[in-house]
Ligand binder design. Structure first.
Ligand code: CO
Length: 458
């Protein structure tokens, strides 16, 4: 049986280790080898890459994508998309989602991994539909979490619904690296027994479970795994590509990766890792193993946020109480997966409940919107009293939230006028208004300077 690999170094690995600060110029010399190494796909766009290009790297994210595509014509390029939220945390109207997907495919994306933080599939159906229409591969994604309502049956039901939507692969996304080898084995087996599609597993090495989890997932029938080239693997990143290839071959699986090229790719990124360590962009701590997430059953990033919040308020002595309150808040909210932005919302609410000495004395705007149904449907039941407290006589939103939004493209086009040179600019603006405008300003400034210079030359 053949096991395929998605290389994450250009997206999740660098997002997890160096806050997505790898400029195109840094990795462009190695693209030709990445293209030839035999990967199923290269994850290289979406997630935080788009924002980081505009905000920190002064790069046009669309142009980055086109340049990667030009250098990598033989390997599928992959992106991560938050369904109706695109790359952010709010819902966009359908016309925006459709144009964003269409333009992503036109500019070079072959595989779009589409998820919703609550696993509310209504929030991914438009993105999936447009991906299929644009002729790309839609990877329908299930966010993995543990709770009394997240049973094997519930996950299998989600997988079947994704299959019915027409996605070509199903991805299980363990964003916090908390999925154990046993859980992976049981879940992959259950899904593979119920759907015919290829199954992808995405995890992180944070808690040290990653390699074991991938191996057991493959034993249970997973077809594609996410890994990072070894010098950018481990810790908050993915398990190492070369290590998994070596192990799987010994068990008799076919792995199409070219080991000689992997060595060269690794050498390249090892040098860059050295630079990142020297400049302190890479903190070696994030490459280690952190098991706190297993003890507290909350993601490592969320735990460090809680500690930072309490430290800032000089209330670190309340940490134990907040850690006990966190699962209670999560239960009251119907067990949302603890992925951004839910992890922050639950953490802040738990902290407030403890520090104010009264539960839900203060309820944040975001938690209110969530309870009103503006993020989608909660996986479980939201506490009745809490619902009443927030809603009063108001009715919750029960439809797909995007159905309440009117078109977004025409207004953005009109606002930008000729500052937008193409539809891609309009989409950059809609996704990250301030960062995109600042980027357009710098770009215009640069054009003016070039123009003055060439006149003088004549
Ligand atoms: Co990830």
């Amino acid at each position: 049986m053949k096991i395929q690999f998605t290389e994450t170094v250009l997206r999740d690995a660098q997002q997890s280790l160096i806050a997505t600060r790898m400029p195109f110029e840094k990795f462009s010399p190695i693209l030709e080898k990445l293209n030839k190494a035999g990967y199923y796909s290269l994850e290289c766009w979406g997630g935080a890459t788009f924002d980081s290009c505009l905000r920190y790297l002064n790069e046009d994210p669309w142009e980055r994508l086109r340049k990667i595509k030009k250098a990598c014509p033989d390997t599928k390029l992959q992106m991560l998309l938050r369904g109706q939220n695109l790359l952010g945390y709010k819902h966009y109207p359908d016309d925006v989602v459709r144009l964003f997907v269409r333009k992503s495919v036109e500019n070079g994306i072959d595989v779009i991994r589409i998820f919703d933080a609550l696993n509310d599939l209504r929030n991914i159906k438009v993105a999936v539909d447009e991906t299929l229409k644009a002729g790309a591969i839609a990877s329908g994604t299930i966010c993995y979490t543990t709770s009394p309502v997240h049973t094997l049956e519930m996950f299998v039901k989600l997988a079947k619904e994704l299959e019915a939507m027409g996605v070509q692969t199903i991805c299980i996304k363990d964003m916090a690296g908390i999925m154990s080898p046993k859980e992976a084995y049981d879940l992959v087996k259950a899904i593979k027994e119920s759907v015919k599609l290829p199954l992808v597993l995405h995890t992180h090495s944070t808690t040290g479970l990653g390699f074991m989890t991938l191996l057991k997932a493959v034993e249970a029938g997973a077809d594609i795994i996410d890994t990072a080239i070894s010098s950018f693997s481990g810790g908050t990143s993915q398990p190492a590509t070369e290590t998994m290839a070596y192990t799987l071959r010994q068990y008799g699986y076919d792995v199409d990766l070219d080991d000689r090229l992997l060595m060269e790719i690794n050498k390249f990124f090892k040098d860059y890792r050295g630079e990142c360590l020297d400049s302190k962009l890479l903190n070696p701590v994030v490459m280690g193993t952190a098991t706190d997430a297993l003890n507290y059953q909350i993601p490592g990033g969320m735990l460090s946020n809680l500690v930072a919040q309490l430290t800032a308020q000089k209330k670190l002595d309340k940490l134990d109480e907040v850690l006990a309150e966190t699962p209670r808040v999560r239960k009251d909210l119907g067990y949302p997966p603890l992925v951004t932005p839910m992890s922050q919302m639950v953490g802040v609410q738990a902290t407030q409940n403890v520090l104010l000495g009264e539960r839900y004395k203060n309820i944040s705007k975001e938690v209110r919107s969530y309870i009103k149904g503006e993020y989608g449907k909660a996986p479980g039941e939201i506490d009745k009293d809490l619902m009443k407290k927030v809603l009063g006589d108001e009715q919750p939103v029960t439809c797909r939230f995007a159905d309440t939004l009117s078109d977004g493209i025409p207004a953005a086009r009109e606002y930008l006028g000729d500052r937008a040179t193409c539809d891609e600019d309009v989409l950059s603006y809609i996704a990250f208004p301030q960062q995109a405008e600042a980027f357009f300003d710098r770009r215009d400034e640069l054009k003016k300077r070039t123009f003055t210079y060439s006149i003088k030359k004549i």
